[in-house]
Write a protein that binds this ligand. Sequence first.
Ligand code: PMP
Length: 395
Amino acid sequence: MKRIYLDNAAATPVSALAQKAVAETSKKFFGNPSAIHKEGKEARTSLESARAMVAEALAARPDEIIFTSGATEANNMAFMGVVQSAGIRGLARPHIVISAIEHPSVLETVRALERYGMRVDYLPVDSRGLIDTKELRKLITPETVLVSVMYANNEIGTIEPITDIAREVRHARKMNSSAYPYFHTDASQAANYLDMNVLRLGVDLMTISSGKTYGPRGVGALFVKRGVEMSPLMYGGEHEAGRRPGTESVALATGFATALAEARKMSVKESKRVAKLRDALAAKVLKKISGSSVNGDLARSLPNILNISFEGVESEALVLYLDAAGIAVSGKSACKSSSEGPSHVILAIDKAGNGEAGAIRFSLGRETKSEDVTRVANEVIRLVPLLRTMQENSN
Ligand code: PMP
């Protein structure tokens, strides 16, 4: 039986072009890019051409791109680096504002900073998962060094109003006659589908991940606008302009750059294509299954993510039954009795009556076809009543 993979928000397949780039670059450019001999210089040229490609995809300058091991590291680097450098510049108790629905790589970094005495405010979201810029204005103080709101949410797909937030942050800077706050966005989920032009978006720092854009795992990048003060996360050599020590992986950087360029090229067409498939899946499932509802708002969402709650169904059970039927999706149990606890995103959108329902995330991708969506809808329509009956009998 052909497997259907609808977990592209967790990890995308690696594109053929990216695979080829990684293989060829590892073979050809094995030298240390910091070395001054021919092999070193060739590796440096290859690395810098990958950096220029990533910069071009974001309308950034090459020296504004720092390669990292992925989005988690880029997020840690942005928070720890900005806070530390603000401390060095004499800000006694820096303050941060983030949204309540950030990825754990942001939430847990901020929690660690709170343990060190940092003040943090969490921006609430409405039932669609959207933050309110008026609320943001209330939370920013003269001590605020960083505002971070993700570009698009990884669980429910909600696209946040990035340009409006950037405008609000600029307004705060003007009012305080300060270089702070900076504005960071985690754009890990956005790169395949949304505008990634950092100038249009108005961001100061932006996280991207290769593993979500059909590139190799273990690489990502942080865009850091010229002039932004950020201490390094680690100490060592002078790599990445002294901001991220350790010998760079030329092959991974090249694979990432290749995948990102490819993703940008097909972004508009793919957005339209997957949105159609997602809408078809949503319509079919919602029509046929009572007690099912969309988490978030498809009109304000990434085109590839569909998150549905099914009353009376444990999401983990549905994930496993779908897996047995050849379908990969993901679920975060929203069941309060679950040891993991409910998803912070589903809790934050606070859907009355749905807190107990199992949420399933279907995330479509480049390989998703119309017939796949039909098969997935049919399996869900078959399995949900079955699981409900099983659940009722066990009560
Ligand atoms: N941020 C977001 C929004 C994500 O979806 C993910 C991956 N689930 C990450 C950060 C972490 O990415 P990585 O695995 O590249 O560290």
